[in-house]
Design a binder for this molecule. Structure first.
Ligand code: GDP
Length: 318
């Protein structure tokens, strides 16, 4: 492993969004880095309010910032709350990036999403596919905000020499996911539905869309490890994809969760619900060349996510 360009030992590291799945995984991962971890709750600072963010950053003066804070949600949430997905995310990233520049933050990592790429981008999607075609309409509001965040990091790097970088994770799942059938993502939704069907002895579970879209799923703890790796080892203008490089159909995913949960019934695919983009898999060549790969196979990650759900949300009796 090459020596870190930005070691974290002894640094003050602010994780914005520490209650979310990515942010909470970052806090766990940073515990072994010998740094002081700073977090702020909603009562301390509303990240959409410039004055509050500037005051907090001036008072706390972090050396490094991870922007894992965002208004996020699954395909239905994105399609039905476009104003929140665009406004909240633009404000959060603009306030954090600008105030980080003002207080002299030495390194910042902005977290985006694989939905920044065009709907029909060649697969796997490499970093240079950004802005080469129209976006997937179900999540273009979120995507436009995240593209603006990448561009903010590049602009502050060019104009002020700020070491601000951006990482684009693929679809996430894992510990601390949002278990909400209308607002959440597919893995959490299927865990909830499959667990409930198992407990109630139902013989069918409804899956949105056709079951044929392909997605790549990254475990929360692998994501956090990859982000800490980038913070320490990468400095550059291009955003970097963070994924596994392997994909599964939504039907495969449902079958995998059924195995993990011990559900033996079937599935009913509801084609009246949107499929979203037909295929989304990242080209991870740059991250691999930097020296990092994801460690957790899908089924093992699913076991951990399912156990977390049973322990923290559902209880063994559902
Ligand atoms: P996306 O990757 O931005 O499309 O986000 P999602 O995680 O919300 O959805 C991924 C895929 O899973 C889409 O094709 C959805 O139609 C499909 N899917 C199947 N069942 C569900 C469900 O119960 N909830 C969600 N959110 N997606 C589902």
């Amino acid at each position: 492993m090459a020596e870190a360009v930005f070691p974290l030992t002894g640094k003050r590291v602010f994780v914005a969004g520490h209650r979310g799945m990515a942010g909470s995984a970052l806090v766990r991962r940073l515990a072994s880095e010998g740094c002081a971890i700073l977090t702020a709750g909603r009562a301390d600072m509303d990240l959409r309010r410039q004055a509050e963010v500037e005051a907090w950053m001036a008072a706390n003066r972090p050396d490094a910032v991870f922007i894992a804070a965002a208004t996020v949600g699954g395909i239905l949430a994105n399609a039905t709350r476009p104003a929140e997905f665009l406004y909240d995310n633009l404000m959060i990233e603009a306030n954090l990036i600008h105030s980080a520049h003002r207080v002299g933050v030495k390194k910042l990592l902005f977290l985006g999403s694989s939905c920044i790429y065009p709907r029909l981008a060649p697969q796997p999607m490499a970093e240079d596919q950004l802005l080469t075609g129209p976006l997937e309409p179900t999540n273009e509001w979120y995507a436009v905000a995240k593209i603006a965040g990448i561009k903010l990091c590049q602009a502050y790097r060019r104009q002020y020499g700020s070491d601000f970088i951006a990482a684009m994770p693929t679809n996430l799942y894992g510990l601390g996911d949002r278990y909400d059938l209308t607002q959440g993502h597919v893995v959490a939704a299927l865990i909830m539905k499959i667990h409930a069907a198992k407990i109630a002895n139902h013989d069918t579970v409804e899956v949105w869309g056709t079951g044929t879209p392909k997605r790549e799923f990254l475990f929360s703890e692998d994501l956090a490890d990859g982000l800490v790796f980038l913070m320490k080892h990468y400095s550059g203008e291009s955003h970097i994809n963070v994924g596994t490089g392997s994909e599964a159909t939504i039907g495969d995913l449902a079958a995998c969760i059924a195995r993990v949960a011990g559900y033996r019934g079937g599935f009913r695919f509801d084609a009246s619900k949107p499929d979203g983009t037909p295929r989304k898999v990242m080209d991870i060549a740059r991250m691999t060349a930097l020296g990092w790969t994801a460690r957790t196979p899908l089924e093992r990650g699913m076991e951990a996510a399912y156990a977390w759900y049973v322990d923290h949300v559902a209880g063994p009796a559902g």
